[in-house]
Ligand binder design. Structure first.
Ligand SMILES: Cc1cc2nc3c(=O)[nH]c(=O)nc-3n(C[C@H](O)[C@H](O)[C@H](O)COP(=O)(O)OP(=O)(O)OC[C@H]3O[C@@H](n4cnc5c(N)ncnc54)[C@H](O)[C@@H]3O)c2cc1C
Ligand code: SF4
Length: 477
């Protein structure tokens, strides 16, 4: 079937320039051109000039062999393309959907830099792996031999799952602990379904389960089981707990009803998409339908909130960000998507207080960009006397996340953390200050990206295998 689809590509590649130009404007052909995906994937792949200086590859955190799997895709050799892409990426269909490609591989495509529009690398990666699942080319996880050593992974997000995959394939006994009722971390409860369909995540979780990875869900380490008990039960431990302490808003009225945290809002929406009954959604507390919504923040979480609010049927959605468009941390592609969907960006503005309880309006302070600070970034300064009241029924705080205080929560003061509270771990081996304990993903990097968590998880798995190959060290513990 895939072969047949590929033959059609040859015809499509000869279509009019107008059609191709229109197609190129569609950034995610998987969603928009579902029935043309094979043709479009091959067409895009064939645009790769095989330039010999693959900046795309060096700017992909996994150093995916992009030019080679694009060539295989263009030649219709999809199964080989899939095998090559999977060899360096545990979850290519997930990265293909949600990596900020404009800042990574695609932003460094030579064709993009010559002004002809990037090869849509992420969409091709997504397409070849989705096809591999459809065609039955994704083999189950089947270790060649069973080994007796066991590893605990705390946190079932992409970092933990990538490590689980690698360790289980090596035959280790792997147990993943997570405080949520479903695995996936932010893939499941943070990132909205319109960017990452939940069945795509659950398919990977099932693959791990079928391959023998044990999941202990609804288990908050530090409350339901102690960190010490976990260390006692397993030969090595991987901490992959992410960062979850949301930064808060201050100012008069900041505690009013209707001012909610981004992750509570997104989690409720994601739970609804799983078919869960969510009282806060049903009551309207975490539901934007019929409301004037203001989202505060300029990162990718803020973009997810504004786009979710639009889909829930908000009357209006405004995004307040204290810097300008050029200086916002979120992906420009996401901003463009949000604007096209009707979100109003109010640049150079920040909340300075709230009226009503439940909230009825936000006092908005206007800002300008001042001189650069120590980091070289221009600091926002308040423009005095320019405040105004913006009506709002729901205010969503999307100001970023910080790590929880793990040494205190887990009663493990010997677990060293940085001054930002992230766990200190060697950047190559991912070993922490505790022997046999490794750490990866956001809890080490601070709020980061899925693709970095996957890379860390795979690297840490290799380090754990090395660690377990040294029995003297294990015995010494
Ligand atoms: C709203 C939102 C949207 C995002 N969108 C994107 C995007 O589009 N693209 C992208 O690349 N990145 C995105 N990110 C960032 C990305 O999701 C993270 O960088 C990535 O998920 C980090 O992976 P992780 O494995 O380190 O942690 P997480 O995915 O956060 O997983 C950590 C897991 O640990 C569990 N846990 C925590 N503490 C405990 C405990 N004490 N006991 C048991 N379990 C525990 C949590 O329940 C969670 O399941 C987004 C983040 C957010 C918040
Ligand atoms: S993993 Fe991300 S950065 Fe790497 S090729 Fe895929 S989409 Fe691009």
């Amino acid at each position: 079937m895939a072969q047949q689809k590929m033959l059609q590509f040859v015809r499509v590649a000869k279509e009019t320039p107008e059609k191709r130009e229109a197609d190129d404007r569609a950034q995610d052909f998987g969603e928009i051109y579902a029935e043309f995906a094979a043709e479009k994937a091959a067409e895009q792949a064939s645009r790769c000039s095989q330039c010999g200086v693959p900046f795309c590859q060096s700017h992909c955190p996994l150093h995916n062999n992009i030019p080679d799997w694009l060539r295989l895709t263009a030649e219709g050799r999809l199964e080989e393309a899939y095998a090559m892409s999977q060899a360096t990426n545990t979850f290519p269909e997930i990265c293909g959907r949600i990596c900020p490609q404009d800042r990574l591989c695609e932003g460094n495509c030579v064709i993009e830099q010559s002004g002809h529009g990037t090869v849509t690398i992420g969409a091709v990666e997504k397409y070849i792996t989705d096809t591999a699942w459809e065609e039955g080319w994704v083999p189950p996880i089947a270790p060649v031999e069973e080994r007796s050593e066991s590893v605990a992974i705390i946190g079932a997000g992409p970092g933990g799952l990538a490590a689980a995959d690698r360790l289980r394939r090596a035959g280790l006994q792997v147990t993943v602990y997570d405080r949520h009722d479903r695995a996936g971390g932010l893939l499941t409860y943070g990132i909205p379904g319109f960017k990452l369909e939940k069945d795509v995540v659950m398919r990977r979780v099932e693959q791990l389960e079928k391959g023998g990875v044990e999941f202990v869900l609804n288990c908050n380490v530090g409350t339901d089981i102690s960190f010490d008990a976990i260390r006692g039960k397993h030969d090595a431990v991987l901490i992959a707990t992410g960062v979850y302490k949301g930064r808060d808003l201050t100012g008069p009225g900041a505690g009013a009803q209707g001012i909610v945290a981004a992750l509570d809002y997104l989690t409720a929406s994601n739970r609804v998409s799983f078919g869960d009954e969510v009282p806060e959604y049903l009551s309207g507390a975490l539901n934007a339908e019929g409301k004037r919504v203001i989202v505060v923040g300029g990162g990718d979480t803020a973009m997810d909130c504004v786009r979710t609010a639009i889909r829930q049927g908000a009357v209006s959605v405004k995004c307040l960000y204290r810097r300008d468009r050029a200086n916002m941390p979120g992906s420009q592609r996401e901003v463009q998507n949000a604007e096209e969907e009707g979100v109003d960006f109010v640049w150079l503005s920040a909340p300075n207080g709230f009226a009503g309880d439940p909230v009825s309006s936000v006092m908005v302070q206007k800002m300008r960009l001042g001189p650069p600070d120590a980091s070289g970034r221009q600091s926002p300064e308040v423009i005095e006397g320019a405040d105004y009241a913006e009506p709002a029924d729901l205010v969503i705080k999307a100001l970023g996340f910080e790590p929880e205080d793990l040494p205190a929560l887990w009663g493990e003061e010997a677990l060293e953390v940085t001054r930002w509270g992230t766990v200190k771990a060697d950047f190559r081996s991912h070993e922490t200050s505790l022997p046999g304990v490794f750490a990866v993903g956001d809890i080490v990097r601070g709020a980061s990206l899925v693709v970095w968590a996957i890379r860390d998880g795979s690297e840490a798995a290799d380090s754990i295998l090395d660690f377990l190959a040294q029995p003297a060290q294990v015995a010494a513990e």
